[in-house]
Design a protein around this ligand. Structure first.
Ligand code: DOR
Ligand code: ZN
Length: 349
């Protein structure tokens, strides 16, 4: 199929840019393609204060200085006992902080400063609800008794449901939904939305686990069943305004993906947009692609879509693309989505 679509420059509502040499190596992929990027705060030392967020923002902008002027990092603070609500309010009112990110302790990379139960932070969330500060949630139970593939549903039922009942006006994003339970949860609450990743839209747990475990597809929450994938594809391809792209692009060097313990995270900033375009094209719903990648998230967070445009063209020919990136300190990172991207060209117009 040969196809063409023009879209407002997309936004990435969930991305890990890291720091230092890794930040330098990955920034161009996000900054050349996306307008806004919601920056995750799970650095080795979490971004917990406005001052830390300001400094991190400066490092990001310095690393991005060669890139498009459209790019703007939107900063978040890490929800932990270190987070001070008056500092948060100051940062939000000053326009430096856009949201707070909650991690269950132990759920994923650099989450050890997170919470044991989201309801423990109810007083902070009351302040956030009163001031319209969005809460971004990694929705995954860490209870070892619960099957790995049921942990999103368990968290939604056991922790996020009571929170949303208690604070119905709190603006919540269920990050990187991975199950039908996630889709159903979001559809139940007017102030709740979901970010969705290219990998949860395009891969299932059979891809992850057969014929052997693929560390390059290992992320948290874990990629789930084909029926879960299909439920997510079905809702996002309608253009439903409660669902939008958050790549969860999360680079780890191959030494840490293929080491003794595979680190969770998939680096998809390079080709994630093409992976999503391919899904919408296969479903013959390309007309709803701009809503998902360029409009719904902006509307949810109170922005207009970008006035600059990208043109995506699908061709039969296979382009020759890079499969890895290298950092200046000698690390390599695998690029997700090479196969899909080899059929698409993306140009700014
Ligand atoms: O797979 C993941 N990787 N999920 C997360 O929530 C964090 C991320 C990372 O920072 O590596
Ligand atoms: Zn993430």
């Amino acid at each position: 199929m040969d196809l063409t679509i023009q879209i407002p420059r997309p936004d990435d509502w969930h991305v890990h840019l890291r720091d230092g040499a890794m930040l330098d190596a990955v920034i161009g992929y996000t900054a050349n393609r996306f307008r806004y990027a919601m920056i995750m705060p799970n650095l080795t030392t979490p971004v917990s204060t406005v001052r830390q967020a300001e400094r991190y923002r400066e490092r990001i902008l310095r690393a991005a200085s060669e890139q498009t002027p459209d790019f703007q990092p939107l900063m978040t603070l890490y929800c932990s006992s270190e987070l001070d609500s008056s500092d948060l309010l100051f940062g939000y009112e000053a326009g430096i902080i856009k949201a707070v990110k909650y991690y269950p302790a132990g759920a994923t990379t650099n989450s050890s400063y997170g919470g044991n139960n989201i309801l423990d932070f109810i007083e902070l969330f009351e302040v956030m609800a009163e001031n319209n500060i969005p809460l971004l949630v990694h929705a995954e139970s860490t209870d070892p008794q619960i099957d790995l593939f049921d942990r999103e549903a368990a968290f939604l039922e056991g922790e996020l449901h009571p929170l949303c009942e208690q604070l119905p006006k709190l603006q919540v994003t269920v990050e990187h939904i991975s199950t039908r339970a996630g889709v159903d949860f979001v559809l139940n609450y007017p102030h709740v939305a979901a970010s969705v990743t290219p990998h949860h839209l395009s891969r299932n747990r059979s891809d992850l686990l057969t014929p052997e475990f693929h560390p390059d597809l290992f992320c948290k929450p874990i990629i789930n069943s084909e029926s879960d994938r299909k439920a997510i594809v079905d809702i996002v391809t309608t253009g439903n305004p409660s669902f939008f792209l958050g790549t969860d692009s999360a680079p780890h060097p191959i030494s840490e993906k293929y080491g003794e313990e595979a680190k969770a995270g998939i680096f998809n900033a390079a080709y994630g947009l093409e992976v999503v375009a391919e899904i919408f094209a296969e479903e013959e719903k390309l007309e709803n692609f701009p809503a998902f990648v360029s409009k719904n998230g902006a509307a949810f967070y109170g922005y207009e879509p970008s006035s600059s445009q990208l043109l995506l063209t699908r061709e039969q020919v296979e382009l020759d693309l890079a499969a890895m990136l290298s950092t200046s300190d000698g690390q390599q990172v695998v690029l997700f989505g090479l196969e899909e991207a080899s059929h698409w060209t993306v140009t700014a117009i």
